[in-house]
Design a protein around this ligand. Structure first.
Ligand code: PEP
Ligand code: MN
Length: 340
């Protein structure tokens, strides 16, 4: 249920309605728009007395929300959410560029990547310290040692850090080191983890599960928003289909489709979305042309030697060329790309 307040509603009117919503056993979230205030009432909407809110002080209209997600929906918040996390700004014409290696492997590797991606226009550095690997025998990440290297890379470059958190127990630790907590595709429906990052003060990058529907993905975002964290970015990273030529299938129609229904920014991951270095530049450009609010791209000083995802990582030179191509598309879209 959304309660749209009148332009003339006073802060006391708003508080009065919040109390009435809570008295009905629903959770009230106040959303201040540029034009007017909206109160989202989330919970079982079939409670008796709900229509009485229509005659409350300062209330203009009461509607029920059609989408299964509420706080993530544009019905509740018509204005785009812009996420700012240190040097990373995403949304409303600012295309954030998150680049760096799949995994943090060594000081030399990470610092080289950090300086190179910054010079090419990236606004944040990615790098996994806790890696969720399909095989238990694959490299699992440098853990806290890796987080320390990421912090050092931020000190040297000023780039915001985006890194994955795989367990609710690690949220506090990762939040000490990183501006953005990444929820990986494999954990999109790890509800205890979503609740834990919902309580964090750090922004969240929520990847789409490879077999998740858009509603399931937005409901996962809803867990984080409902926990009180409004700084959520969605990331389309490809889904599993019958096609085996690419690692995943990257459905770019997701970008405008989700943007029409949600106020949250949508980032495209052409690296995991294709699984092939050669396909990354074109899909980066295509993501921007589809209206993406950001890109997350794997870049490695020596992809052949990478401990994870080398086959989809760009060299520094390839990343520079990709950024040059993307800049042309961004200009045509009237958007600002990265730090350019
Ligand atoms: C990653 O970003 O390296 C990663 C593991 O991504 P995903 O969760 O999308 O597979
Ligand atoms: Mn990866």
């Amino acid at each position: 249920m959304i309660i749209v307040m009148k332009h003339t509603a006073s802060p006391e009117d708003i508080q009065q309605i919040v109390k009435s919503v809570e008295a009905l056993g629903l959770k009230a979230t106040i959303i201040e728009g540029t034009e007017r205030t909206v109160i989202a009432a989330v919970g079982e909407e079939r409670v008796a007395g709900i229509r009485s809110l229509e005659s409350g002080p300062g209330v203009d209209e009461v509607h029920s929300i059609v989408a299964p997600y509420k706080l993530a929906s544009r019905e509740v918040r018509p204005d785009n959410t812009v996420v700012t996390a240190g040097s990373l700004v995403v949304g409303n014409g600012q295309i954030g560029v998150i680049a760096g290696p799949c995994s943090v492997e060594s000081e030399e590797q990470l610092l080289a990547a950090a300086h190179a991606v910054k010079a090419a226009g990236a606004t944040a550095l990615r790098g996994g310290a806790f890696k969720p690997r399909t095989s238990p025998y694959s490299f699992q990440g440098m853990k806290e040692e890796g987080l320390k290297l990421l912090a050092e890379a931020r000190n040297q470059t000023g780039l915001a850090i985006v890194t994955e958190v795989v367990s609710p127990d690690d949220v506090e630790l990762v939040a000490e080191y990183a501006e953005v907590l990444q929820i990986g595709a494999r954990n999109m429906q790890n509800y205890r983890l979503l609740e834990a990052v919902g309580k964090s003060h750090r922004a969240v990058l929520l990847k789409r599960g490879p077999s998740a529907t858009i509603d399931e993905w937005l409901l996962a975002a809803e867990y984080i928003l409902d926990g009180g964290n409004q700084n959520v970015m969605l990331c389309e990273r490809g889904i599993r289909t019958y096609e085996a030529h690419t690692r995943f299938t990257l459905p770019l129609a997701t970008v405008p489709y989700v943007q029409a229904r949600s106020h949250l920014p949508v980032i495209v991951d052409p690296s995991h979305g294709t699984g092939h270095t050669d396909l990354v530049p074109a899909m980066s450009r295509a993501g921007i042309a589809a209206g993406a609010d950001g890109l997350i791209i794997e870049v490695h000083p020596n992809p052949e030697k990478a401990l994870s995802d080398g086959y989809q990582s760009l060299t520094f030179e390839q990343f520079e060329e990709t950024m040059a191509g993307c800049a042309k598309i961004a200009a045509a879209m009237d958007c600002k790309l990265g730090n350019g």
